[in-house]
Design a protein around this ligand. Structure first.
Ligand code: BGC
Length: 722
């Protein structure tokens, strides 16, 4: 019974009794294949479990199923070590929330945490112990499809998402009811794949790696993340799965990460394809020595390769033991030694709980909506008896519409009907997302002509973003453009709803002619209700973009945290940093998002003109809601380090905050900045603090024109290294 609770000495006792095959088994994760998330499939046999050749599973859940498999491990295997079960739970399990990229636009850590908590509670009844989430890859190229899973273009936002999700998934303690282990992924710089093409190699500077891509992971490690997944990519010549310098030297030694590193799907075996290993044995040795504890779907990389690597002297038994120890420790922390069935049901939550979760899904979907344009008050829709035409391939919850993924999802027209019961609603599909046809177009045209307002639902199907879904033209397909032109030509106010998992490159004519455009992403279970809430004005939209939307693919990457050039763009100066055929600025800046109210900022003030090491400065700004309705305004705090030994981005995001104000009300938002926030990586990439002037820039987005500005001095000994 000793080993049943998984204390340190019990774990050591187990390791002492394990055969090599059993040790390697603990480091092997296979897929139960209830869903398919990679190219390799497996058949997990009962024998593989009872013989101890598998330590964990992915893609299998459900209390009965998990119970049955777990029983084989804890009753029929020699050492009776429990398995752990894992799954990608990126935006909910039973309750489906908006996709992470959409939810990010709420800029609301409390909400991010709450939705992760609900997901964790649902997992913890469905047999899931660990999730491969949150994905915290900063991404600045809308061609890359995995933007949909992540936090957008900025490292501070990514770090805040990481912390909120970690709190939600892991709770105060992994053994708490409703807690599961979380995994931050994909370490690191996956979002920088060349030209946005999935799985390509990444070649970036050490500075960019340390300034932008690593900090969100470090924040998660410092807060106690249970697991990390290295990215598929090759980073500057070393595949991340074999990157000992980042995984071992930086993450384990410098940051003190003591949790589990789990490879991405098949990534250990792929070291052969990368061209750094001759065979599975070398691949296994490279990965294990780099710090990768678990081989997920490695085609026998660890299973067959590690014993041979040991024999050939490529790995030591101490390194294998260290990984086994970390896996067993995670199982102990998850409470699996004490009760291997602790997360096995009952799966069905009480009706009250389900209702509350649905309400949260609706709130999250509403908060993630970003009102991109609103000409002449086209929105909100009036509550009168108008004829509203709901048109578009993404409107009706059938076919390839994202809402159709879930039978319970309320689709756009039902949502509008509930929100505007007096309106007459009619529907025409108009085209498929990727294909048009004349008859459908004619029908849509006629319907638009006979209506007072059109709600036009365009964008991407869910399959058009996500893993392995890079697009060279992340915009509307030809069929959808033809539909939009035909509908706009009828001269009626057209409200465009954009469903997507990434920023879309929009045609100028659409932006100019649409009455309003909203980014609604993939909103989840409560899609229709939330859209009804926002279009009818029951909810005043407050979402903001976490990523700039380019005018054209040619601008990519376009993001706010650019470093200054020696030749800033000047229209009258030929030799300046600009395009001949396009503005430098994105179509919609980071932080952009309108409201049905008009908010202004003024009175930016600092409580001191200078700070020394360890001090903080308080920044206050007044916000006025000029009406006509109550709403929330989001304010972003940026810093510009005016003179430093290394050039700094023109805008560095340091904080964001929101304030709720009734129509006509005025309030104050306060922020604090400390000297820690002013550190940067010096010439040798070590953090340093340099005396000098800093500008504080505060605004409703990263658009330069709208920013209020104030200045203070940092007074520290010259070149002080913090
Ligand atoms: C993805 C990971 C995911 C894994 C397991 C891979 O293809 O890159 O993000 O966690 O599959 O589903």
């Amino acid at each position: 019974m000793m080993a049943q609770h998984g204390g340190d000495s019990e774990i050591e006792g187990l390791i002492a009794r394990m055969t090599l095959a059993e040790k390697v088994g603990q480091l092997t994760m296979l897929s139960g294949d209830l869903v398919k998330t990679g190219p390799v499939t497996t058949t997990v046999t009962a024998e593989a479990i009872t013989s101890g050749r598998i330590g964990s599973l992915l893609n299998v859940w459900g209390p009965e199923r998990v119970r049955e498999i777990q029983r084989l491990a804890v009753e029929e295997s020699r050492l009776k070590i429990p398995l752990f079960f894992s799954l990608d739970v990126l935006h909910g399990l039973n309750t489906v929330f908006p996709v992470p990229f959409g939810e990010g636009c709420a800029f609301d850590p409390e909400l991010w945490e709450k939705t992760a908590r609900v997901a964790a509670e649902e997992c913890a009844r469905e047999g899931i112990d660990l999730t491969f989430a949150p994905m915290i890859d900063v991404a600045r190229d809308p061609r890359w499809g995995r933007i949909v899973e992540g936090p957008g273009e900025d490292a501070l936002v990514a770090a805040r998402v990481a912390l909120a999700k970690l709190r939600g998934f892991q709770g105060a303690n992994l053994t708490d009811a409703g807690s599961i282990a979380a995994t931050v992924k994909h370490l690191a710089a996956y979002g920088a794949v060349r030209a946005g093409r999935e799985y390509t190699s990444v070649d970036i500077s050490e500075r960019l790696l340390h300034e932008v891509y690593l900090p969100p992971f470090r924040a998660a490690v410092e807060a106690g993340i249970a697991a990390i997944m290295p990215a598929f990519i090759d980073l500057n010549g070393t595949p991340m799965t074999a990157n000992a310098r980042v995984l071992n030297d930086i993450v384990r030694r410098q940051w003190g990460f003591s949790g589990v590193m789990v490879s991405d799907y098949g990534a250990v075996a792929e070291l052969i394809v990368h061209g750094v290993a001759r065979d599975l044995t070398e691949a296994a040795a490279l990965a294990l020595n780099a710090g990768v504890d678990i081989d997920m779907m490695g085609n026998g990389a660890y299973g067959d390769g590690l014993p041979q690597a040991l024999e050939r002297g490529l790995v030591t038994i101490e390194t294998i033991d260290a990984s086994v120890r970390r896996v067993l420790t995670l199982k102990a922390k998850l409470g699996l030694f004490a009760d291997p069935y602790r997360r096995c049901g009952p799966a069905r939550a009480a009706a009250e709980t389900r209702k509350a979760r649905r309400a949260l899904a609706r709130e999250a979907a509403c908060r993630s909506v970003v009102l991109l344009t609103n000409r002449d008050g086209a929105l909100p829709l009036r509550a009168g008896a108008d004829r509203i035409a709901v048109i578009g391939p993404l409107a009706d919850g059938k076919g390839d519409a994202p809402q159709a993924q879930d039978k319970r999802a309320i689709v756009v027209r039902d949502g509008l009907h509930a929100a505007l019961p007096k309106a007459t609603l009619a529907f025409a599909q108009g085209c498929l997302v990727e294909r048009g046809n004349r008859a459908a177009l004619t029908e849509a045209r006629a319907l638009a002509r006979d209506s007072d307002t059109v709600v036009l639902c365009l964008g991407e199907t869910m399959g058009m973003s996500g893993e392995a879904s890079s697009r060279t033209h992340p915009g509307l397909t030809e069929a959808q453009c033809a539909l939009a032109r035909a509908v706009l030509a009828q001269g009626k106010p057209v409200i465009v709803l954009l469903f997507s998992g990434r920023p879309l490159v929009l045609p100028d004519w659409l932006v100019a002619k649409a009455g309003a455009i909203l980014a609604v992403w993939f909103p989840g279970d409560a899609a229709g209700e939330a859209i009804g809430d926002v279009l009818s004005g029951h909810v005043n939209p407050g979402g903001r973009l976490t990523m700039s939307w380019p005018v054209d693919v040619g601008q990519i990457p376009v993001f706010f945290a650019e470093r200054p050039t020696g030749r800033p763009p000047l229209p009258e100066e030929h030799y300046s940093s600009k395009y001949l055929d396009m503005p430098n600025e994105p179509r919609f800046a980071f932080g952009h998002g309108l409201s049905y109210s008009r908010f202004t900022l003024d009175g930016l003030r600092l409580d001191r003109a200078a700070i020394g090491a360890g001090d903080t400065v308080e920044i206050a700004v007044d916000v006025t809601n000029h009406g006509p309705c109550a709403g929330e305004e989001m304010v972003f705090l940026f810093v510009r380090d005016l003179i430093s030994s290394i050039t700094r981005p023109a805008l560095e995001l340091k904080d964001f905050g929101k304030i709720a104000l009734a129509a006509g009300a005025r309030g104050t938002l306060r922020f604090r900045l400390g000297t820690d926030d002013l550190r940067f990586l010096g010439p040798d990439l070590r953090p340093m603090l340099e005396a000098g002037a800093f500008d504080i820039l505060v605004g409703q987005s990263a658009r330069a024109e709208g920013l209020l500005q104030a200045r203070f001095d940092l007074v520290v000994a010259a070149g002080k290294v913090a």
